[in-house]
Ligand binder design. Structure first.
Ligand code: ADP
Ligand code: MG
Length: 421
């Protein structure tokens, strides 16, 4: 059993905060885990998290503490994991997630996303030689409870479904994929799959063109057929694709006159491992990174009309996230059996990556300014509540592949069915 990792991060004061003399009003650090936050009335609240990152903290430290252990668990043990940045607009969520930019960014400023991409490739390359790994990456945003594919803006209302063999899926979403083989390349022939083999640094690369009308492969569920795949060879190419997704987000924002802080941005990595030998079992882990929409209160945005509607929708989905977290906590105390994942698109997408079957890390991003004290306190209270989740990760074995062998589906080491969550 291990609990969710909850960290707080205070960004440096910005020039406006310095001008107003509000730059260091609300935080007093005690040590690397404990700090005091003051509200507007100078009342003090003590918080203890797994780690506090103060203004001089390095992006690399945040990655190493928060995300690297999850990257390893997803790759080595096929667990699911989620890393979430939470906080008001301007608190440093996107800076922590992406850095100042994901391409041509100075090494020290790189955010979690480029480090996770490199970490996934590095972890796989350092592992045993008996498996083929595939990494699939999708990038979506949720705006006004609609899921939009950031690799293909024409797909602006993607549905969320749950299937037994893969858990939560987004049918039709574009997937950037890479297959890494560390042994002699195996040739996978399939009548409906176009194969392109390029061996570069022992990387085996394939382009899949799933035919939506295909009926011959019983292993492919109808919902899985029409995934569009783009193939990449290495972390640099994966980051190129991600930067196009980030640019698409900006295009969509301009078209709709929406600020990025009004949508949740979600990066979904699925890492599948297939054993060369033995029973050809596959297992897969999912790593989800979430850059949440700003958590500021509606009154503070001074909003009316559509902006008010946006703010209400965001608050609703963030409350849903908080309720799921609370239900997971209560469930462990024997109080709640129902986890309300279906109350928002956000919690539904995170369903199998948050709670019982997953490792979770939450970064509570805050301004250090007294002006933002009430927002910072609300962010920190969200983190304090989340800290009570207890988890027991399980490995996700694929039932489909197990069924292809003569033997019955293999149970996970815990004795649970693969899709149990
Ligand atoms: P959010 O995504 O929470 O709305 P951003 O990540 O865009 O906020 O951060 C707002 C501004 O503060 C940006 O200009 C960003 O570069 C800067 N910033 C945030 N966190 C840090 C940090 N830890 N170090 C330096 N600059 C930061
Ligand atoms: Mg942002």
């Amino acid at each position: 059993m291990s609990s969710i990792t909850v960290c707080a991060r205070f960004r440096p004061s910005n020039s406006k905060e310095k001008q107003n003399g509000n730059d260091s009003g609300c935080i007093r650090n005690i040590d690397t885990e404990t700090f005091i936050c003051k509200d507007e009335k100078d009342e003090e609240f003590v918080f203890s998290f797994d780690r506090v990152f103060y203004e001089k903290s390095e992006q690399a430290d945040v990655y190493q503490f928060l995300a690297l252990p999850i990257v390893r668990d997803v790759v080595v043990d096929a667990f699911n994991g989620t890393v979430i940045t939470y906080g008001q607009t301007g608190a440093g969520k996107t800076y922590s997630m992406e850095g100042p930019g994901i391409l041509e960014c100075e090494e020290q400023n790189k955010g979690l996303l480029p480090r996770v991409v490199e970490g996934l490739f590095d972890s796989i390359n350092s592992l045993d030689k008996e498996k083929t790994y595939s990494i699939k990456l999708s990038m979506v945003e949720i705006y006004m409870e609609k899921v939009r594919d950031l690799f293909d803006l024409s797909k602006d209302n993607i549905q969320i479904k749950e299937i037994k063999s893969r858990g939560i899926i987004l049918p039709g979403v574009t997937e950037v994929s890479c297959i890494l083989s560390q042994c002699n390349p195996i040739i996978l022939f399939h009548s409906e799959v176009t194969l392109l083999f390029t061996i570069r640094h022992m990387v085996l690369c394939t382009i899949f063109t799933h035919d939506p009308s295909e009926k011959s492969n019983p292993l492919l569920d109808a919902d899985l057929k029409n995934f569009k795949e783009i193939t990449v060879l290495d972390p640099a190419e994966a980051l190129q694709s991600l930067s196009r997704g980030i640019a698409n987000r900006a295009v969509g924002e301009t078209q709709m006159n929406v600020a990025s802080s009004r949508s949740h941005c979600i990066y979904i990595f699925t890492i599948q491992q297939e054993f060369f030998s033995r029973d050809k079992r596959t297992r897969s882990g999912k790593l989800i990174l979430v850059d949440l929409a700003g958590s500021e209160k509606v009154e503070k945005t001074g909003a009316g009309g559509r902006v008010l509607e946006e703010a209400k929708t965001i608050n609703k989905s963030l409350s849903a996230l908080g309720n799921v977290i609370n239900s997971l906590t209560c469930g462990l105390q024997g109080k709640a059996s129902h986890i309300p994942y279906r109350d928002s698109k956000l919690t539904r997408i995170l369903q199998d990556a948050l709670g019982g079957n997953a490792r979770t890390a939450l970064l509570c991003c805050c301004s250090p300014s007294a002006f933002n004290a009430s927002e910072s306190l609300s962010t920190l209270r969200f983190g304090a509540r989340a800290k009570h989740i207890k988890e027991s990760p399980r490995i996700n074995y694929s039932e489909e592949k197990c069924d292809t062998s003569s033997s019955a589906a293999s149970p996970s080491p815990s004795g649970d069915e693969s899709s149990a969550r």
